[in-house]
Design a protein around this ligand. Structure first.
Ligand SMILES: Cc1cc2nc3c(=O)[nH]c(=O)nc-3n(C[C@H](O)[C@H](O)[C@H](O)COP(=O)(O)OP(=O)(O)OC[C@H]3O[C@@H](n4cnc5c(N)ncnc54)[C@H](O)[C@@H]3O)c2cc1C
Length: 411
């Protein structure tokens, strides 16, 4: 029989805020920023000691495209703002045609090895520079960031979340809120509140930053610092590896995540042993690089057939980072489940079937959902309703005023 232990504790309630955002990854940062700019009091809970999630702690330093691959920009608003923030204080690899006068110098390089084609509205960014820029944005907007704080459990009363239990150096405590946004990347709040969720089996990848004498010399010769730092991608390529040999990871248990991390470190060490003294690893990820973990089964599930379809409740457009052409309108309904009225799932937690999930999880999609949820949360607070029940036309009006392209632009 499985052994259990019943924990009984009286927890202090630390306070009440309008909006709690769980997770300071790309989607959580934009959610918090949008909510604060629309007048809400916001607390952002992050278990790491930096913002950015997979974009920083996870060493995924490529901002996927805001264009459709045929020269049309399809994603805008705060995604575009964050795109330029990601390269504001360091190098970029943005093609000249997309700089919009917002950066002094385009350091366009051959990004073919990362993104299957050149010329798109995409860029590599420097990880610490992006992290610091995100924190600066949130501080300017008045968002309270609780670093080194673990979200443990939502406190539910029927369909309404009343607050969250968190744990940090001060102990375990409760933070009450009116709206809760789950940006944990593993749908932890929805799952722990009992929502039905979908999961995924992921191939193994290990990405780190490294350099060698040759790259350092190339940087010096060209005056382009980016050339000194290489985004090394190791792991199992599904095309060349034998799928029967490759263990797949779900990221749903502590054991699975630990196995992923052990394997990451082994792969890095094996690679390091093959190098000579001109080589150095510069930095390694501090979170498991698992692509899709858990997502809600929402009021609407995005699917491949939605490509180029008009969504009446669209909150923005997102292109396929893998190839030029396909564009999707993101329905507001994909952020909600029928059971809970004041909780939204953003980033890679949103409701989208496998292939569309793969598109939507990247930064343009993750941040698009963040801007919508954050804006809606602030508006819902003012109206005393759950953000799921906000009339979508009101939200769309606000998003459009904030520069979001709601529908696929006509050719
Ligand atoms: C190998 C790999 C390669 C990728 N390549 C690209 C790429 O080139 N370009 C691109 O745009 N995207 C890429 N992606 C996808 C992208 O990185 C993620 O999908 C994106 O970061 C999702 O953002 P998010 O905010 O939803 O989640 P995350 O980035 O996962 O952020 C979640 C945050 O929540 C925090 N958190 C989790 N649990 C708790 C808790 N209990 N309490 C407090 N905080 C918590 C985490 O610490 C983290 O900061 C890649 C992903 C992987 C794994």
């Amino acid at each position: 029989m499985e052994q259990t232990y019943c924990e009984k504790q009286t927890l202090p309630v630390l306070g009440q805020t309008d909006v709690v955002v769980l997770g300071g990854g790309p989607s959580g940062v934009v959610t918090a920023l949008a909510a604060a700019r629309h007048g809400a009091k916001v607390v952002l809970i992050e278990k790491n000691s930096i913002l950015g999630g997979l974009a920083t702690a996870g060493h995924v330093c490529l901002f996927e495209p805001l264009c459709d691959g045929y020269g049309r920009q399809v994603t805008s608003g705060m995604v575009e703002e964050m795109f330029f923030r990601s390269i504001q204080y360091s190098y970029n690899t943005l093609p000249e045609r997309w700089t919009k006068g917002k950066i002094e110098k385009s350091n366009e390089i051959d990004t073919k090895e990362y993104m299957g084609g050149q010329g798109r509205f995409a860029t590599l960014f420097n990880i610490p520079a992006f992290m610091l820029a995100m924190e600066e944005s949130l501080q300017e907007a008045g968002v309270e960031i609780w670093y080194d704080t673990l979200f443990c459990q939502p406190i539910m009363e029927g369909e309404v979340c009343q607050g969250v239990i968190v744990e940090n150096a001060s102990g375990r405590s409760v933070l009450a809120c009116q709206q809760l946004i789950d940006a944990t990347g593993a749908c932890l709040a929805f799952h722990r509140a009992g929502a039905d969720c979908a999961t995924y089996k992921n191939r193994f990848t290990f990405e780190c930053m490294d350099t060698n004498f040759q790259r350092m010399q190339a940087a010096i010769d060209s005056g382009n610092m980016q050339k000194a730092i290489f985004w090394r991608i190791l792991g199992w390529n599904p095309v060349v590896s034998d799928p029967n040999q490759a263990h797949e990871f779900e990221g749903l248990t502590a054991q699975d995540i630990n196995e992923y991390l052990y394997l990451s470190h082994k792969v890095a060490l094996d690679f390091l042993k093959e190098q000579d003294s001109s080589y150095a690893i510069l930095s390694m990820p501090t979170m498991a690089q698992i692509r899709m973990i858990r997502r809600i089964k929402g009021l609407y599930e995005m699917k491949p057939e939605d490509v180029f379809q008009t969504m009446e409740d669209s909150i923005g457009c997102v292109s396929d980072w893998r190839k030029p052409g396909p564009v999707y309108e993101v329905p507001y309904r994909s952020l909600f489940v029928k059971e809970f009225s004041n909780m939204a799932a953003v980033g890679r937690n949103l409701s989208a079937q496998d292939d569309t999930w793969d598109i939507m999880r990247c930064y343009p999609g993750a941040m698009t959902t963040g801007q919508a949820a954050g804006t809606a949360a602030a508006m819902a607070v003012k109206q005393g309703i759950g953000l799921r029940d906000l009339p979508v036309a009101q939200l769309q009006d606000a998003l459009q005023k904030d520069g979001v392209i709601l529908h696929i632009p006509q050719k």
